[in-house]
Ligand binder design. Structure first.
Ligand code: ADP
Ligand code: ADP
Length: 230
């Protein structure tokens, strides 16, 4: 089965159909960009795929297992350990150091403190942030903070990484570097990657992309060449 799939996904907010019947799947270790104009349903689709919102109709499967069959408690465990999240604004805890921000994610996933800190150090180093471990978010550049958020998303070795406009608050060069790291590191750990983005350059980094319009998938444009990762 695919790593993650949605079939017949429908989600209404009052009279608004945020999702009007969406089918998609993401293969093992693949990346998918979700694009489309503001209000087209991108965030809702990501939230439904991630089990944060429950669809009115349709099913989401993770490795062939229906996520809706899970209790809220099981879904919460899933979000904590099997899924990693990167948001537009890193949403790091401002009172904690970069190291602690990453280590806390591993501890919530059940790692003892010493192991969590060891893993956090490894991930910070892997993202070029060894020198930032003891800094608080206020002492990091926007690009560094976003790379800490990537480390935090990956430290639990998730099955799927969800990134919502991960480069949205970064300048072009910094966004490019962050996106390169997200794609390379999720590939390294064989996580699938779902990226919500309005930026066609970001979408071009992904293996596949779907475009939403009024809660439906529109036929994708011809595949853009994938930039060389080397
Ligand atoms: P996008 O991420 O593409 O901007 P959204 O998924 O946020 O789109 O929204 C899709 C549609 O659903 C929009 O019309 C939005 O206003 C509506 N919507 C999303 N979430 C809610 C909500 N919690 N309550 C009411 N309407 C919502
Ligand atoms: P994005 O910039 O990612 O598209 P939005 O600004 O559309 O995000 O939505 C941010 C949050 O607000 C989401 O959780 C979405 O579900 C919710 N939301 C969006 N539209 C509405 C709405 N019309 N009423 C209430 N909540 C909404």
């Amino acid at each position: 089965p695919p790593r993650l799939a949605g079939r017949g996904l429908v989600k209404h907010f009052g009279p608004t159909a945020a999702l009007a019947g969406v089918d998609l799947e993401i293969g093992e270790g693949e990346s998918l960009a979700i694009t489309g104009p503001s209000g087209s349903g991108k965030s809702t689709l990501m939230h439904v795929l991630a089990g944060i919102q429950v669809p009115d109709a349709g099913v989401v499967t993770l490795r062939g297992r229906q996520v809706q069959g899970f209790s809220e408690r099981q879904r919460s465990v899933l979000r904590r350990g099997r899924y990693g999240f990167v948001f537009q604004h890193g949403q790091l805890l401002s009172e904690l150091t970069a190291l602690e921000n990453v280590a806390v994610a591993a501890m919530l996933d059940g790692e003892p403190r010493a192991d969590a800190e060891h893993l956090a150090r490894q991930w910070l180093a892997r993202l070029g942030l060894a020198g930032c471990a003891q800094r608080r978010p206020g002492e990091l550049t926007a690009g560094e903070a976003q790379r800490v958020a990537v480390a935090r998303a990956l430290v639990t070795h998730p099955d799927v990484v969800f990134a919502d406009e991960p480069t949205g608050s970064l300048d072009h060069a910094t966004g490019y570097e962050v996106m390169r790291l997200i794609v390379a590191t999720t590939r390294d750990v064989e996580a699938a990657l779902v990226v919500v983005t309005q930026d066609p350059r970001v979408a071009a980094w992904c293996d596949h992309s779907v475009e939403l319009r009024d809660g439906r998938v529109v036929p994708a444009p011809a595949a853009a060449p994938v930039p060389d990762l080397a």
